[in-house]
Design a protein around this ligand. Structure first.
Ligand code: HEC
Ligand code: HEC
Ligand code: HEC
Ligand code: HEC
Length: 172
Protein backbone atom coordinates (compact mmCIF):
# COMPACT_ATOMS: atom_id res chain seq x y z
CA UNK A 1 0.00 0.00 0.00
CA UNK A 2 3.03 2.28 0.29
CA UNK A 3 3.42 2.96 -3.42
CA UNK A 4 -0.01 4.47 -4.15
CA UNK A 5 0.37 6.67 -1.09
CA UNK A 6 3.70 8.04 -2.37
CA UNK A 7 2.27 8.53 -5.83
CA UNK A 8 -0.65 10.38 -4.27
CA UNK A 9 1.68 12.68 -2.40
CA UNK A 10 3.79 13.24 -5.51
CA UNK A 11 0.69 14.08 -7.50
CA UNK A 12 -0.55 16.66 -5.05
CA UNK A 13 2.94 18.15 -4.78
CA UNK A 14 3.02 18.72 -8.53
CA UNK A 15 -0.49 20.16 -8.37
CA UNK A 16 0.45 22.52 -5.53
CA UNK A 17 3.58 23.65 -7.41
CA UNK A 18 1.48 24.35 -10.48
CA UNK A 19 -1.05 26.31 -8.46
CA UNK A 20 1.74 28.38 -6.89
CA UNK A 21 3.41 29.04 -10.23
CA UNK A 22 0.16 30.40 -11.58
CA UNK A 23 -0.11 32.75 -8.63
CA UNK A 24 2.94 34.91 -9.37
CA UNK A 25 1.65 38.43 -9.87
CA UNK A 26 3.13 41.76 -10.91
CA UNK A 27 3.82 44.20 -8.08
CA UNK A 28 5.29 47.28 -9.77
CA UNK A 29 8.68 49.00 -9.70
CA UNK A 30 8.06 50.89 -6.43
CA UNK A 31 8.25 47.56 -4.59
CA UNK A 32 11.61 46.73 -6.17
CA UNK A 33 12.87 50.26 -5.44
CA UNK A 34 12.82 49.61 -1.69
CA UNK A 35 15.92 47.43 -2.04
CA UNK A 36 17.30 48.38 -5.46
CA UNK A 37 17.85 52.11 -5.07
CA UNK A 38 21.08 52.53 -3.08
CA UNK A 39 24.53 53.06 -4.53
CA UNK A 40 25.74 49.95 -2.74
CA UNK A 41 23.07 47.80 -4.44
CA UNK A 42 23.68 49.36 -7.87
CA UNK A 43 20.91 52.00 -8.20
CA UNK A 44 18.77 49.81 -10.46
CA UNK A 45 15.63 51.84 -9.80
CA UNK A 46 17.06 55.33 -10.53
CA UNK A 47 18.86 53.98 -13.63
CA UNK A 48 15.60 52.56 -14.95
CA UNK A 49 13.64 55.67 -13.98
CA UNK A 50 16.00 57.87 -16.01
CA UNK A 51 15.78 55.63 -19.08
CA UNK A 52 12.94 55.99 -21.57
CA UNK A 53 11.80 52.45 -20.64
CA UNK A 54 10.03 54.11 -17.70
CA UNK A 55 8.23 56.61 -19.95
CA UNK A 56 7.49 54.38 -22.92
CA UNK A 57 3.73 54.45 -22.23
CA UNK A 58 3.75 58.24 -22.00
CA UNK A 59 5.51 58.34 -25.39
CA UNK A 60 2.29 57.03 -26.94
CA UNK A 61 0.69 60.43 -26.26
CA UNK A 62 3.42 62.43 -28.02
CA UNK A 63 3.09 64.22 -31.39
CA UNK A 64 5.49 61.65 -32.90
CA UNK A 65 3.14 58.87 -31.71
CA UNK A 66 0.34 60.40 -33.79
CA UNK A 67 2.56 60.22 -36.85
CA UNK A 68 3.52 56.57 -36.27
CA UNK A 69 -0.09 55.71 -35.46
CA UNK A 70 -1.42 57.28 -38.62
CA UNK A 71 1.06 55.42 -40.80
CA UNK A 72 -0.02 52.13 -39.19
CA UNK A 73 -3.76 52.82 -39.25
CA UNK A 74 -4.00 53.05 -35.46
CA UNK A 75 -6.50 55.60 -34.11
CA UNK A 76 -5.73 55.53 -30.38
CA UNK A 77 -2.12 54.51 -29.58
CA UNK A 78 -2.61 54.50 -25.77
CA UNK A 79 -5.34 51.86 -26.19
CA UNK A 80 -4.10 49.87 -29.15
CA UNK A 81 -2.41 46.49 -28.58
CA UNK A 82 -0.42 47.26 -31.74
CA UNK A 83 1.52 49.87 -29.76
CA UNK A 84 1.03 48.61 -26.19
CA UNK A 85 2.67 45.26 -26.87
CA UNK A 86 6.07 47.00 -26.86
CA UNK A 87 5.39 50.30 -25.06
CA UNK A 88 3.34 48.92 -22.15
CA UNK A 89 3.81 45.15 -22.36
CA UNK A 90 1.94 44.40 -19.11
CA UNK A 91 -1.25 45.98 -20.50
CA UNK A 92 -3.09 42.66 -20.39
CA UNK A 93 -1.40 40.77 -17.53
CA UNK A 94 -1.41 43.75 -15.13
CA UNK A 95 -3.32 46.64 -16.67
CA UNK A 96 -2.85 48.77 -13.53
CA UNK A 97 0.89 48.83 -14.35
CA UNK A 98 0.40 50.00 -17.92
CA UNK A 99 1.86 53.44 -17.14
CA UNK A 100 5.13 51.86 -15.95
CA UNK A 101 5.93 50.96 -19.55
CA UNK A 102 8.91 48.63 -19.95
CA UNK A 103 9.17 48.05 -16.21
CA UNK A 104 11.44 45.80 -14.11
CA UNK A 105 9.10 42.83 -14.18
CA UNK A 106 8.82 42.87 -17.98
CA UNK A 107 12.43 41.65 -18.05
CA UNK A 108 12.69 39.95 -14.63
CA UNK A 109 9.29 38.25 -14.29
CA UNK A 110 6.36 38.79 -11.90
CA UNK A 111 7.79 39.59 -8.46
CA UNK A 112 5.06 38.85 -5.89
CA UNK A 113 6.99 35.88 -4.48
CA UNK A 114 10.68 36.37 -5.31
CA UNK A 115 10.81 39.94 -3.94
CA UNK A 116 10.92 38.60 -0.36
CA UNK A 117 14.42 39.15 1.06
CA UNK A 118 15.13 35.53 2.07
CA UNK A 119 14.16 34.40 -1.45
CA UNK A 120 15.99 37.22 -3.28
CA UNK A 121 19.24 36.37 -1.56
CA UNK A 122 19.10 32.81 -2.95
CA UNK A 123 19.26 32.92 -6.75
CA UNK A 124 18.02 29.37 -7.28
CA UNK A 125 15.08 29.88 -4.96
CA UNK A 126 14.27 33.21 -6.63
CA UNK A 127 14.13 31.51 -10.03
CA UNK A 128 11.76 28.89 -8.61
CA UNK A 129 9.61 31.79 -7.46
CA UNK A 130 9.30 33.50 -10.81
CA UNK A 131 12.58 35.43 -11.33
CA UNK A 132 13.80 35.31 -14.94
CA UNK A 133 17.60 35.21 -15.30
CA UNK A 134 19.73 35.26 -18.44
CA UNK A 135 22.44 32.69 -19.15
CA UNK A 136 24.69 34.99 -21.17
CA UNK A 137 24.82 38.09 -23.34
CA UNK A 138 23.25 36.28 -26.29
CA UNK A 139 20.19 35.53 -24.16
CA UNK A 140 19.96 39.16 -23.06
CA UNK A 141 20.23 40.38 -26.65
CA UNK A 142 17.49 37.96 -27.68
CA UNK A 143 15.20 39.46 -25.05
CA UNK A 144 15.88 43.01 -26.25
CA UNK A 145 15.13 42.03 -29.82
CA UNK A 146 11.58 40.97 -28.93
CA UNK A 147 10.90 44.72 -29.13
CA UNK A 148 13.95 46.30 -30.72
CA UNK A 149 14.24 44.33 -33.97
CA UNK A 150 13.90 47.15 -36.51
CA UNK A 151 11.32 48.95 -34.37
CA UNK A 152 10.07 51.92 -36.40
CA UNK A 153 12.63 50.99 -39.04
CA UNK A 154 15.60 51.68 -36.72
CA UNK A 155 18.52 49.28 -36.43
CA UNK A 156 19.55 48.11 -32.93
CA UNK A 157 23.14 48.10 -31.74
CA UNK A 158 23.04 45.76 -28.76
CA UNK A 159 26.42 46.70 -27.25
CA UNK A 160 25.74 50.43 -27.04
CA UNK A 161 22.09 49.98 -26.06
CA UNK A 162 22.98 47.60 -23.22
CA UNK A 163 25.70 49.97 -22.04
CA UNK A 164 23.02 52.69 -21.75
CA UNK A 165 20.55 50.74 -19.59
CA UNK A 166 22.53 48.08 -17.70
CA UNK A 167 22.41 48.20 -13.91
CA UNK A 168 24.86 45.77 -12.30
CA UNK A 169 25.43 45.23 -8.60
CA UNK A 170 28.86 46.89 -8.00
CA UNK A 171 31.73 44.43 -7.97
CA UNK A 172 29.77 41.63 -9.68
C1 HEC B 1 13.49 43.07 0.31
C2 HEC B 1 14.52 43.55 -0.60
C3 HEC B 1 14.33 43.29 -2.08
C4 HEC B 1 13.22 43.55 -2.86
C5 HEC B 1 11.88 44.13 -2.43
C6 HEC B 1 13.58 43.17 -4.21
N1 HEC B 1 14.87 42.71 -4.24
FE1 HEC B 1 15.88 42.01 -5.87
N2 HEC B 1 17.47 41.49 -4.71
C7 HEC B 1 17.59 41.77 -3.38
C8 HEC B 1 18.88 41.27 -2.90
C9 HEC B 1 19.42 41.39 -1.48
C10 HEC B 1 19.51 40.67 -4.01
C11 HEC B 1 20.89 40.01 -4.07
C12 HEC B 1 21.87 41.06 -4.52
C13 HEC B 1 23.27 40.56 -4.66
O1 HEC B 1 23.46 39.51 -5.30
O2 HEC B 1 24.14 41.23 -4.13
C14 HEC B 1 18.60 40.84 -5.14
C15 HEC B 1 18.86 40.41 -6.43
C16 HEC B 1 18.06 40.67 -7.53
C17 HEC B 1 18.39 40.32 -8.90
C18 HEC B 1 19.64 39.59 -9.35
C19 HEC B 1 19.38 38.12 -9.35
C20 HEC B 1 20.54 37.34 -9.90
O3 HEC B 1 21.13 36.58 -9.14
O4 HEC B 1 20.85 37.48 -11.08
C21 HEC B 1 17.38 40.78 -9.69
C22 HEC B 1 17.27 40.63 -11.18
C23 HEC B 1 16.41 41.40 -8.81
N3 HEC B 1 16.86 41.33 -7.51
C24 HEC B 1 15.25 42.00 -9.26
C25 HEC B 1 14.24 42.48 -8.41
C26 HEC B 1 12.96 42.96 -8.88
C27 HEC B 1 12.54 43.05 -10.32
C28 HEC B 1 12.24 43.31 -7.77
C29 HEC B 1 10.81 43.83 -7.70
C30 HEC B 1 9.80 42.95 -8.28
C31 HEC B 1 13.09 43.06 -6.61
N4 HEC B 1 14.28 42.55 -7.05
C32 HEC B 1 12.72 43.29 -5.30
C33 HEC B 1 16.66 42.41 -2.58
C34 HEC B 1 15.37 42.76 -2.97
C1 HEC C 1 7.95 45.99 -31.96
C2 HEC C 1 7.90 46.90 -30.84
C3 HEC C 1 7.23 48.25 -31.01
C4 HEC C 1 5.96 48.51 -31.47
C5 HEC C 1 4.92 47.49 -31.93
C6 HEC C 1 5.78 49.94 -31.39
N1 HEC C 1 6.92 50.53 -30.92
FE1 HEC C 1 7.26 52.54 -30.68
N2 HEC C 1 9.19 52.15 -30.14
C7 HEC C 1 9.74 50.91 -30.02
C8 HEC C 1 11.15 51.04 -29.69
C9 HEC C 1 12.11 49.90 -29.44
C10 HEC C 1 11.42 52.42 -29.65
C11 HEC C 1 12.77 53.08 -29.39
C12 HEC C 1 13.50 53.14 -30.69
C13 HEC C 1 14.88 53.68 -30.54
O1 HEC C 1 15.03 54.79 -30.01
O2 HEC C 1 15.81 52.99 -30.94
C14 HEC C 1 10.16 53.09 -29.91
C15 HEC C 1 9.99 54.48 -29.95
C16 HEC C 1 8.78 55.12 -30.11
C17 HEC C 1 8.56 56.53 -29.92
C18 HEC C 1 9.62 57.54 -29.47
C19 HEC C 1 10.03 58.48 -30.53
C20 HEC C 1 10.86 57.89 -31.64
O3 HEC C 1 10.79 58.43 -32.75
O4 HEC C 1 11.61 56.91 -31.46
C21 HEC C 1 7.24 56.76 -30.18
C22 HEC C 1 6.50 58.09 -30.13
C23 HEC C 1 6.63 55.50 -30.52
N3 HEC C 1 7.59 54.51 -30.46
C24 HEC C 1 5.28 55.31 -30.83
C25 HEC C 1 4.71 54.09 -31.19
C26 HEC C 1 3.33 53.94 -31.62
C27 HEC C 1 2.30 55.06 -31.73
C28 HEC C 1 3.14 52.62 -31.88
C29 HEC C 1 1.90 51.93 -32.43
C30 HEC C 1 1.43 52.41 -33.70
C31 HEC C 1 4.40 51.94 -31.62
N4 HEC C 1 5.32 52.88 -31.20
C32 HEC C 1 4.62 50.58 -31.76
C33 HEC C 1 9.10 49.70 -30.16
C34 HEC C 1 7.82 49.53 -30.67
C1 HEC D 1 8.93 45.09 -24.10
C2 HEC D 1 9.65 45.82 -25.13
C3 HEC D 1 11.10 46.17 -24.89
C4 HEC D 1 12.12 45.33 -24.48
C5 HEC D 1 12.04 43.86 -24.12
C6 HEC D 1 13.31 46.14 -24.46
N1 HEC D 1 13.02 47.42 -24.83
FE1 HEC D 1 14.34 48.97 -24.94
N2 HEC D 1 12.81 50.24 -25.47
C7 HEC D 1 11.50 49.85 -25.68
C8 HEC D 1 10.72 51.00 -26.06
C9 HEC D 1 9.24 51.00 -26.37
C10 HEC D 1 11.60 52.11 -26.04
C11 HEC D 1 11.28 53.56 -26.42
C12 HEC D 1 10.73 54.29 -25.28
C13 HEC D 1 10.47 55.76 -25.64
O1 HEC D 1 11.15 56.33 -26.48
O2 HEC D 1 9.57 56.32 -25.00
C14 HEC D 1 12.93 51.57 -25.68
C15 HEC D 1 14.08 52.34 -25.56
C16 HEC D 1 15.34 51.83 -25.31
C17 HEC D 1 16.56 52.61 -25.27
C18 HEC D 1 16.66 54.11 -25.39
C19 HEC D 1 16.74 54.53 -23.94
C20 HEC D 1 17.20 55.90 -23.67
O3 HEC D 1 16.90 56.35 -22.54
O4 HEC D 1 17.87 56.49 -24.50
C21 HEC D 1 17.59 51.74 -25.05
C22 HEC D 1 19.06 52.08 -24.95
C23 HEC D 1 17.01 50.42 -24.92
N3 HEC D 1 15.65 50.52 -25.08
C24 HEC D 1 17.74 49.28 -24.70
C25 HEC D 1 17.18 48.02 -24.47
C26 HEC D 1 17.96 46.84 -24.16
C27 HEC D 1 19.47 46.78 -24.05
C28 HEC D 1 17.07 45.83 -23.98
C29 HEC D 1 17.35 44.40 -23.61
C30 HEC D 1 18.07 44.20 -22.35
C31 HEC D 1 15.75 46.38 -24.20
N4 HEC D 1 15.85 47.71 -24.49
C32 HEC D 1 14.56 45.65 -24.11
C33 HEC D 1 10.99 48.58 -25.57
C34 HEC D 1 11.68 47.48 -25.12
C1 HEC E 1 14.81 45.96 -20.49
C2 HEC E 1 14.96 44.88 -19.54
C3 HEC E 1 15.25 45.23 -18.10
C4 HEC E 1 14.59 46.13 -17.29
C5 HEC E 1 13.45 47.06 -17.65
C6 HEC E 1 15.19 46.00 -15.97
N1 HEC E 1 16.18 45.05 -16.01
FE1 HEC E 1 17.33 44.45 -14.44
N2 HEC E 1 18.49 43.34 -15.69
C7 HEC E 1 18.19 43.08 -17.01
C8 HEC E 1 19.19 42.20 -17.54
C9 HEC E 1 19.21 41.67 -18.96
C10 HEC E 1 20.13 41.95 -16.49
C11 HEC E 1 21.43 41.13 -16.54
C12 HEC E 1 21.18 39.69 -16.61
C13 HEC E 1 20.81 39.06 -15.32
O1 HEC E 1 21.41 39.41 -14.29
O2 HEC E 1 19.97 38.16 -15.30
C14 HEC E 1 19.63 42.67 -15.34
C15 HEC E 1 20.22 42.66 -14.09
C16 HEC E 1 19.62 43.12 -12.92
C17 HEC E 1 20.12 42.92 -11.58
C18 HEC E 1 21.33 42.09 -11.20
C19 HEC E 1 22.60 42.86 -11.38
C20 HEC E 1 23.81 42.02 -11.04
O3 HEC E 1 24.89 42.52 -11.32
O4 HEC E 1 23.70 40.91 -10.51
C21 HEC E 1 19.25 43.53 -10.72
C22 HEC E 1 19.35 43.61 -9.21
C23 HEC E 1 18.19 44.11 -11.54
N3 HEC E 1 18.45 43.85 -12.86
C24 HEC E 1 17.10 44.79 -11.04
C25 HEC E 1 16.21 45.53 -11.81
C26 HEC E 1 15.21 46.43 -11.27
C27 HEC E 1 14.94 46.64 -9.80
C28 HEC E 1 14.58 47.00 -12.35
C29 HEC E 1 13.52 48.07 -12.36
C30 HEC E 1 13.74 49.25 -11.52
C31 HEC E 1 15.17 46.42 -13.55
N4 HEC E 1 16.15 45.55 -13.19
C32 HEC E 1 14.78 46.73 -14.86
C33 HEC E 1 17.13 43.59 -17.73
C34 HEC E 1 16.25 44.56 -17.28
Amino acid sequence: MKKPLLLGLGGSFVLISLLISQNFTYVGAAKCAMCHRSEKQGQQFPIWEKSTHSTSFKALSSPQAKIYAQSEGVTNPTESPQCLKCHAPLFEKASDLKAEGVTCEVCHGPGSEYRKLNIMKDRELAVKNGLIVYADEAAIRQQCLTCHAMAHGKTFDFASAWAKIKHPVPGK
